[in-house]
Design a protein around this ligand. Structure first.
Ligand SMILES: C[S@@+](CC[C@H](N)C(=O)[O-])C[C@H]1O[C@@H](n2cnc3c(N)ncnc32)[C@H](O)[C@@H]1O
Length: 195
């Protein structure tokens, strides 16, 4: 059964995920899968590899994958250093993780390295509000406390700039302010980047 956090997460992201995740296939590497909120959207016939540095999530995540009949493997590692061969993944998934990685550029280069040519990074990330807006100012004031309380999560990152500059052959993304979350976390980007 979903806990309250997961059911709130479902309400906010269900529509976006149903659309973005409709063609998940092959070898799928998910960075920072957390409690495994995305398993509901994955088909059974994938090989899923989770990169999750927080071991507290591992046992339940593997149980959840098994209950969905998904062939799953977990690696205790960070996105900045992925212990997988070059060009071994059809897809990499990141939902609400690039806000927390310590080195965004290194993470994106590692993601690109493990993707096959033509493979996709699929992402949903909360991001910085437009410059000079009241919301951006509040994000800047709130960010130190947020980083402290939420395990290094930043609400001031212009993640779209990093994705666009990472050297993918094309990037397809949308900006949208989502309801149902605190105002500082409402601005989002979602979409995919093709290697
Ligand atoms: C806010 S949670 C998001 C969990 C899930 N992806 C979701 O959509 O709800 C952030 C996750 O990223 C993981 N994480 C933090 N830093 C990471 C890094 N450098 N590389 C990979 N995962 C990381 C955390 O352990 C946590 O599971």
């Amino acid at each position: 059964m979903l806990n309250k956090g997961e059911s709130e997460n479902e309400k906010i992201y269900r529509q976006i995920k149903a659309s973005l995740f409709r063609d998940i296939h092959g070898t799928v590497v998910e960075i920072g899968p957390g409690t495994g909120v995305n398993f509901n959207y994955f088909p059974e016939d994938i090989d899923w590899i989770g990169l999750e540095p927080n071991e507290a999530f591992h046992e339940n995540m593997l149980k959840k994958a098994a209950s969905k009949n998904i062939n799953a493997r977990l690696i205790n590692s960070v996105a900045e250093k992925i212990d997988l061969p070059d060009e071994s993944a059809d897809m990499v998934i990141s939902t609400l993780v690039l806000c927390s990685v310590k080195n965004m550029k290194a993470a994106l280069q590692e993601i690109k390295r493990v993707l096959k040519k033509g493979g996709r990074l699929i992402f949903i990330e909360h991001v910085a509000a437009p410059k000079k807006t009241g919301r951006r100012k509040v994000q800047q004031l709130f960010n130190p406390l947020n980083r402290f309380m939420a395990d290094g999560c930043n609400c001031t990152r212009e993640t779209w700039v990093d994705i666009e500059q990472a050297g993918f052959s094309s990037v397809h993304l949308r900006h949208e302010t989502l309801n149902g979350t605190m105002a500082v976390f409402a601005p989002h980007i979602f979409g995919y980047a093709i290697k």
